[in-house]
Design a protein. Sequence first.
Length: 365
Amino acid sequence: MLKVGIVGLPNVGKSSLFNALTAQGAPSENYPFCTVEPNVGTVEVPDPRLDRIHELVGSRTKVPTFIQFVDIAGLVKGASEGEGLGNRFLANIREVDAVAHVLRCFEGTDVTHVLGDVDPVRDREIVETELTLSDLEIVENRLERVRKKAKSGEKEAQREVRVLEKALEPLAEGRPVRSVPFDDDERQVLKGFQLLTAKPVLYVANVAESDLPDGDNAHVRALREAIEHEGAGGLVCVCSAIEAELAELDPDERQVFLGELGLAESGLKRMIRAAYDLLGLITFFTAGENESRAWTVRAGTTAPQAGGTIHSDFERGFIRAETIGFEEFERIGSLKAAREQGRIRSEGKDYVVQDADIILFRFNV
């Protein structure tokens, strides 16, 4: 399951957005540090392709893939040294796959900004600095312990020291770890330390309703320029107030409301799509009489590896993958007809799974 940690300064709309995305009812009052314990919500990844597959195949059940959001307390300057609620809550998002950094990009006196005025570029730098300092402490502490083992000739410790020293360089300069390239082997070592600044970041600009549908305003433009200048992450504009209203509506009413605002889809869908793009994720499907189901894998995954996400036996005893793309399947109308027309392809162990593939795995153990 994809996990996304939500960070930001107090009163930027983090918990309001979390409420809207997950309909969990997390507190979102107008005062700093309202979120004390982390809020965790799991939501279905909406995918009309799965709905259509389920309809055409006539499966008994439909199982989507899911995404988990973790909302932690608002960070303040000095959080890495214990200010506000400090480092203890950063630990709650170290296991996530990506970080969603929510930034206030709207004016107004109804909600008090913790620093008095609205400046998302400054706010981004404050939070990024705290995450960097927190990672720096972890790397320095680990290096102090592992260098002793490395000096004794322990190969694994020497490998770890090389990676940690490479990560230490940007952190000591106040830059995130993701600003430095690592090879696959180094990334595997780095993964064990769960460094926050090594994770992909999605910037979420919280705008006013009047800024919709494109979400463009001076604050967003300044933020976009800062992000592009550093070549970091993607940017999605949402209005947490509108997302909260959408969460209260049934699907049909929701689509009408979105249309009135000039929006094709909700902020949730845009955030999920952006997170998938950021992490290089794709979706493939399995379909049969009992179940139609969506599965999430990284782009470049081979057929045996994709089978392994379902069950280890599928990868261990892989024979072949019988597959058809969603668009062709929808045009033909059924798997039976597709098979009769010879449109189901038989792919071997080197086949790289494509987004929207419908796959039947043949295996023997």
